[in-house]
Write a new protein. Structure first.
Length: 386
């Protein structure tokens, strides 16, 4: 009937009074009618309802926000007041799809004001910034559960890094957000947690992070890849004595550039390439002219198969995750408090791979390295340790 009316009267598809809104209204009202029929035990106008102890008591109008805009529906009532609709619950003003849309837009870096403007422009729906904040606040319960979930007993590789966000408590200041990303024994990516620190990034706080991971069940790690923060290898050794710490080669190259003029950087990078591409530690030492202070954290990956080298020689794996976080953070400028910053980072992480294609790429990429780890670390990388 609606389609025929649309054809004859030129009814628009979307927008206020459009076909989609009317169709949504009819579907919702039909579902609500079915719910009250199940609740009462008889159809509308059915004689079985006489003297049943409860009956229909008209309807009340209610406007709910849907994916196609605001829709006014008539919600049936019963005399006893015991009817509790589930399709459109009491005091519910938004259907699930709208909440999911708000969370998705927020995770992509849109501010509350931008989300409100988007919903008004596209759906003609007035949603306040406070309402949007209320919707996004719902993720905090899930975040607490995620942050404290039990971990696998073993992970082949951990990538660790910290990014700075601006938080306004008494005054706006940079605060580090610590991120730990693991590669599972199956070759999947798993973000183990995020932590907000005070002041600058420090090895002491990393020790706190590692200890918490151990308390959540993580007993063994083959390799940990980091950016070369002073004191971090000692923090790792305190918690996981057998773990090999590998400093990101890219960070070492960048650090070496500090001691040369900008015009010489390309020459230095070319001269250092034989060091980090050497076939063995002995060969690398022959070409070693710089990096003396960081040598101990640089050489570990040289003893491994080329498949392992490719995946642990840099922190690129976690840098790609941090790039997504920075995109979401940058839109805010700064946050009113730590909780707001953590919520933003958490939502960005939860939206990393919406299609699942990234998971497949990761599994394929890590297949050969994990086989090499199996040979190199015989007895530690086995199904029984997962």
């Amino acid at each position: 009937m609606l389609i025929e009316r649309a054809r004859s009267e030129g009814l628009q598809l979307s927008g206020e009074g459009g076909l989609l809104q009317q169709l949504t209204k009819r579907v919702l009202e039909g579902a609500l009618e079915g719910e009250i029929t199940d609740h009462l035990g008889y159809d509308k106008h059915d004689s079985e309802g006489r003297n049943s102890g409860n009956s229909r008591n008209g309807t009340r109008a209610k406007t709910v926000l849907t994916d196609v805009g605001p829709v006014e529906v008539k919600v049936p009532r019963d005399v006893a007041g015991t009817f509790e609709p589930q399709i459109v619950k009491k005091r519910q003003r938004r259907l699930t799809g709208v909440d999911e849309m708000v969370l998705s837009l927020s995770a992509k870096g849109l501010t509350h004001g931008e989300i409100s403007a988007h919903l008004a422009e596209v759906y003609g729906a007035e949603v306040s910034k406070q309402t949007i904040s209320t919707i996004t606040d719902k993720v905090m319960d899930g975040m607490a559960e995620w942050q404290n979930r039990p971990l696998d007993r073993f992970y082949p590789v951990l990538f660790v890094d910290a990014i700075n966000v601006k938080i306004r408590d008494d005054q706006v200041a940079n605060r580090p957000i610590y991120v730990v990303m693991a590669v599972t024994a199956e070759g999947h990516r798993d973000i183990l947690g995020i932590w907000a620190g005070d002041g600058g990034e420090g090895a002491k706080y990393w020790l706190h992070v590692f200890t918490e991971l151990k308390n959540r069940g993580l007993d063994d790690v083959l390799m940990l890849v980091c950016d070369g923060l002073k004191g971090l290898p000692e923090a790792v050794e305190t918690v996981w004595p057998r773990t090999i710490v590998q400093t990101c080669v890219v960070h070492l190259l960048r650090n070496s550039f500090r001691y040369a003029a900008r015009q010489d950087w390309d020459k230095i990078a070319k001269a250092l390439r034989p060091v980090y591409t050497a076939p063995s530690q002995e060969a690398a030492e022959e070409r070693f002219l710089e990096f003396q202070e960081a040598w101990a954290e640089f050489v570990p990956f040289l003893r491994f198969d080329v498949e392992i080298r490719k995946v642990v020689c840099s922190t690129n794996a976690i840098e790609s995750v941090n790039a997504r976080i920075r995109k979401a953070v940058r839109a805010r400028g700064h946050f009113p408090n730590e909780a707001a910053a953590m919520k933003c980072v958490y939502m960005a992480l939860m939206s990393l791979d919406p299609t699942g294609k990234g998971r497949k790429r990761w599994t394929q990429r890590w297949k050969a390295p994990l086989n090499a780890f199996q040979i190199e670390f015989e007895g530690r990388l086995t199904p029984t340790t997962n």
